[in-house]
Design a protein around this ligand. Sequence first.
Ligand SMILES: Cc1cc2nc3c(=O)[nH]c(=O)nc-3n(C[C@H](O)[C@H](O)[C@H](O)COP(=O)(O)O)c2cc1C
Length: 344
Amino acid sequence: MISSKTIRERRTIRNFNVSPVSRELVESLLKQAAGLYESDGTPRWRCIYIGTPESRRRLVESMLAKTKESRFGKLIPSKMLDILSRRVAEIPGHLIVMAESGADERESDENFAAACGVMQNFQLLGWERGLGMLWDTDPLIQSELFFTEIGLREGEKFAGILHMGYFDKAPRARKRTPAEQKWTAVRLGGAPHEREFHPPISEQNVLEVLNDAVWAPNDRLREPWRFIFVTGGMADAHAQTVVPGTVPARLLVVVKEEADPHKQEEDFAAACCLVQNFQLLAKSKNWGVRRTRPEWIYDLERRRSFGVKPQERIAAVLELGITGRIPQAPSAAAPVEIGFELPG
Ligand SMILES: Cc1cc2nc3c(=O)[nH]c(=O)nc-3n(C[C@H](O)[C@H](O)[C@H](O)COP(=O)(O)O)c2cc1C
């Protein structure tokens, strides 16, 4: 069980030592990471682990291709570029994760969210074993050559590379904004829910868990999320979701949409990591929590009724306090597609 301590203490590691990372460990952590991601369906994503010196060298060359071609890169002395290549090639391992596109936006988001949730689980499980990681989505590494080298298929989305290795020293943590400052409670009309929360899920308890969950990785510490806590007897009808039974409360995890599409994707990924943290913690408390992506979250009008702005996106709707319903199944039921070394 991943603890709140692990979630809070995990740090992005940028300096690795040379101790090798075993392929068996990566494979085992990946299977566990996939097993911890619960889903109603079978989200489609896959990954490749690059660990041999030859593949690492090839990968690094493709990662640096865009930098070398750029105006900035042309100003860098070739000696310095060689040093940089060697440094990156010394990193013991790299996990590349890709999500399939779905039949529609909702399904594509589901696949991408799953890829990110599994990456977060993998980072946390690795951290518990002393493995440090850097989630890299730098636009400078993303070139035609890079996507060809990693074998990105038509319609697939690159979720990121986790560079990994053991490390001598972790950096200091940089503070997160308390969830209270990003919190809105919405009470919908209608009679109060006649059912008791079981076990009790109060605003206070949810905020407490969120204050651990916000220790998710997020690029440049933009902390792109905010939370809308929805309660009230009309919750089901309002959202027009067709769910058996009733849901005492919903937590909407909302992401601010930046103008830059690259940042949009990074921020959505970060929010998915936060959602994953929340789910891990809620499970350890035995709360009945279900992550959903109902159709209405793509409908501007219906989203507005919860106070979601047009330039915001809902990363997930967490149904809280569910009792007597079929729990979500671990997606580990589906085999994890792991490739080793670069294709071709
Ligand atoms: C989707 C995503 C993309 C990221 N991309 C980069 C990146 O390209 N370069 C980088 O140095 N860090 C990247 N990071 C790591 C963040 O910078 C890091 O999580 C943040 O500084 C907070 O530090 P912490 O992870 O130690 O809490 C990324 C994180 C996420 C979730």
